[in-house]
Design a protein around this ligand. Sequence first.
Ligand SMILES: [Ca+2]
Ligand SMILES: [Ca+2]
Ligand SMILES: [Ca+2]
Length: 410
Amino acid sequence: MRFIVACICLLIVGSSHALAQDDAPDIAATPEAFDYDSVSVGNIREHGFAVTNEGTAQLVVFSTEIQGADADQFQIRSGGGAFLLNPGPVRLVSVRFVPTRVGPQSAVLRLETNDPDENPFEINLSGIGLGFPDIATVGPRILAFNTVSLGSTDTLAIVIVNQGLVDLAISKKELTGPDVDQFEITDGAMPVSLAPQERDTITVSFTPSSNGEKNALLRLTSNDPDENPLDIVLSGSGISADIVADSTSHDFGEVAVGASAVHTFLISNQGSADLLVDSLVFLGADAEAFQVTRGGAPFSRRPGQTQQLTVQYTPTTEGVQQAVLRLFSNDPDEPELDFTLRATGLTPSIVASVASLDFGESLVTLDSTRTFILINTGRVDLRMLGVLVTGGDSTQFVAESPRLPFSLAP
Ligand SMILES: [Ca+2]
Ligand SMILES: [Ca+2]
Ligand SMILES: [Ca+2]
């Protein structure tokens, strides 16, 4: 009896041992590891893992989590957490690779289970975060120059920044476009390598050689994958002053020595830029007979404005006199504008009707009078300023003349 009981007991024990061995969960996953390959930083790639229970007892998953050095680069999208899994059904656990860093990344999808020989159960995750340089400008991609007078230069700078994750290599900076010869890269050493967020300043100058709108492109060749080349628009406008005179010569005619004559030239700016007349000069042997009495240099006139410039001729000698008045201005095609001046200096000429006056013999008490005529034989008015009797007996003579001063026409 005791034997039987012992036998029964053995059977029971043996039977229960066999049950424990058979009724165990056995976790499996497909795939057992996954390489997400290369994913650009900021992008997402998702992959599902089919978790099954190949055992005979219920599988208990206590937790599902991502661990490892680069755990922050992966995310459980769905199917994670704690769950029960009977033999047969499939549990899909979906995991995303969300790289925020450049380079190889690896982590482990770790499941805490009641699998007797696979706890924790781990699925290896790997991937590569891809980074690119990203060329950008600080501000608009345009350098809009001012209106610039011909012969002058305007300079602007544009700042380039690498907004990418890896070094930006700018291999070429060049100018292209219809008016390329009127722009110049004045500062921008080559080659340029910019670390992420690093900046580079490129300076461009604009020197228009003709009037009107000018356009070109500053072209940057780099390793930016989607903006190569990068074009920066260059625009500007060339303007110029245009000096115009109502005439560039004048003949003052005949002017008496001691008198003067004036003439006013009308100068206008018919250009698009301010006219600047810096200085003027009279040239020629008779230059000293001429002078500017009004409106002389320096002066400036806006487009459309005029300036009156008065020249005076004051002869000091007789005869034809000539000079050139030269104006120096910023008119690009007439930096020197000449005015031809001509005049004739005249002197009056006096002649008396007699060479001497003989009063004959006179009584001491009686006055005696003699008269003579003055003739102006010159070509300009003769002006009489005074009459004087000189000599040893000058007190014995009195000159009577028309009221002084008086003029005698020729
Ligand atoms: Ca197992
Ligand atoms: Ca880019
Ligand atoms: Ca001109």
